[in-house]
Design a protein around this ligand. Structure first.
Ligand SMILES: [Zn+2]
Length: 478
């Protein structure tokens, strides 16, 4: 018997998948039409609650009894539990967030909050980050509750046929701005919404075509973040008599020094990623990746710059070092007044193994004694890096199911340079994997859609992913 024949999704008929795929598209579009922007819109500050209520209504229609909470008024998160028969161990968590980043519409070719369908794509803010995944998780929940009803069971209280573990569905507010009104609050006050043997979350599992090979990086790790405010002290004066200690001039030098990329460091998760990707890729691409992983990352970086798609080069460079991006500058009151104060805010992203204290020390060392004496460095926010095992029962199900659905696909464990709600599940001991299975067109610039203009997801990619996610859930919980 082939692996494919054992796929649980094969037990459902074509018409069922057709209906489920159509619902997935419509649910994605409906969610995009709710502008659950974070920070909330002044004119409609409760849209995360509206989105949470919309999702709760769907869960209720499926026969479940959802819970909805507002950590802060207007900031809704929603949760439901599907029961297994209790013989399979801890639950599987389907984790997602319902907020999106703002989308100034000027440069979009489609209204970012209309959920328009064009050329086989659903356009809109949240298409990939991450309302498409919310809808895919809801699609799987619906198929499971349908199975319960077909067996004469009540999905709200009876075990879903074939499930040995519970499945938790948790969709949070405020992921895009630190999660104090979302996953962070839930981890502190309602950890039962998150407690699981493993969690599936956003970002990984997306087909990425490199040098003709289709890779599926499964997110097992993410960098940490440390944002700092640097107060720069100069001397106030008259613009007619320039000064070296003009705070703007000093701030410019602060920025220049901090923006120089630091040394590389290959963490164990990146070493595995680079080795496995190099083994899967032909010729030059493999040489560059091996170069990054081994002795001379500088040479490999030059090769990256020369040959690699800038989108991939940028992410690879960010994954092999602690990074510093100066992103905010405040200074000056009038053109003829030399400012005595300036402020620079920097976004640092740290690799597993780098502490906040070490990051701060790097900043002070880059400033040098002369500039450090004129600067005060204050931490704004810190989130530690997180990492989950690159093997073990859930990872193996993810990788195996990808290959069963795409026999030439190459799953591999990967880190992402940004943060997700995994920051709050991992400290609870929940192995958390970014896994949003999408079979993308090789030309699709997926990484640029995140928080970008014309965010979109292809209907075909979603249709492919739904049975993949279904099989993962059935296999891990069955
Ligand atoms: Zn996201």
């Amino acid at each position: 018997m082939t692996a494919e024949a054992t796929l649980p999704s094969r037990a459902l008929d074509v018409a069922t998948w057709e209906r489920a795929a159509n619902r997935l598209v419509e649910t994605t579009r409906d969610l995009i039409r709710i502008p659950s922007v974070n920070p909330p819109l002044a004119e409609a500050p409760d849209q995360e609650l509206v989105a949470a209520r919309h999702i709760a209504d769907l869960l209720r229609d499926f026969g479940l009894v959802p819970e909805l909470l507002e950590a802060v008024p207007g900031r809704g998160s929603v949760h439901a539990r599907l029961r297994g028969d209790g013989t399979g161990g801890e639950p599987l968590l389907l984790l997602s967030h319902l907020d999106v980043v703002p989308a100034p519409s000027e440069r979009w070719s489609h209204d970012p909050f209309a959920g328009e369908l064009a050329d086989g794509y659903i356009y809109g803010r949240g298409a990939v980050d991450m309302k498409g995944m919310v809808a895919m998780e809801l699609g799987v929940v619906r198929l499971l509750t349908d199975a319960a009803r077909a067996a004469g069971r009540d999905p709200a209280s009876d075990p879903i046929p074939g499930l040995r573990r519970d499945v938790l569905f948790t969709c949070t507010a405020d992921e895009e701005a630190g999660a104090a009104a979302g996953a962070k609050w839930i981890a502190e006050h309602r950890p039962d919404w998150l407690a699981a043997a493993g969690a599936l979350n956003e970002c990984g599992g997306v087909a990425t075509t490199v040098a003709g090979r289709r890779l599926y990086p499964i997110q097992v790790a993410e960098k940490g973040y440390a944002a700092y405010r640097i107060a720069v002290r100069g001397t106030w004066g008259h613009g007619s008599m320039p000064r070296d200690d003009n705070a703007v001039v000093l701030a410019a030098e602060v920025i220049r020094r901090l923006a120089v990329p630091g040394p590389t460091r290959i963490t164990p998760v990146m070493e595995r990623f680079l080795e496995q990707a190099a083994a899967a890729l032909p010729g030059e691409a493999a040489t560059i990746l091996r170069g990054l992983a081994t002795d001379a990352p500088e040479h490999a970086e030059a090769a990256l710059a020369a040959t690699c798609d800038p989108m991939y080069a940028r992410v690879l460079r960010a994954l092999i070092r602690d990074t510093i991006s100066p992103d905010v500058v405040h200074a000056g009151v009038k053109y003829n007044v030399i400012p005595g104060d300036a402020e620079v805010q920097v976004d640092c992203r740290v690799l597993p193994g780098t502490t906040e204290a070490e990051m701060r020390a790097v900043i002070e060392q880059k400033l040098g004694p002369d500039l450090a004496a004129a600067c005060e460095v204050d931490l704004l926010v810190f989130g530690a890096p997180v990492e989950s095992p690159s093997d073990g029962p859930l990872y193996d199900v993810l990788a195996g199911t990808i290959v069963d659905h795409d026999p030439v696909g190459i799953p591999l464990p990967a880190m992402v340079p940004f943060g997700t709600d995994a920051k709050f599940t991992r400290p609870l001991g929940v192995p958390t994997y970014g896994f949003f299975p999408l079979m993308l067109d090789p030309e699709e610039r997926f990484l640029e859609r995140f928080h970008g203009v014309d965010e979109r997801v292809s209907v075909e990619a979603l249709r492919w992913g739904l049975p993949v996610l279904y099989d993962v859930v059935r296999r891990f919980c069955g």
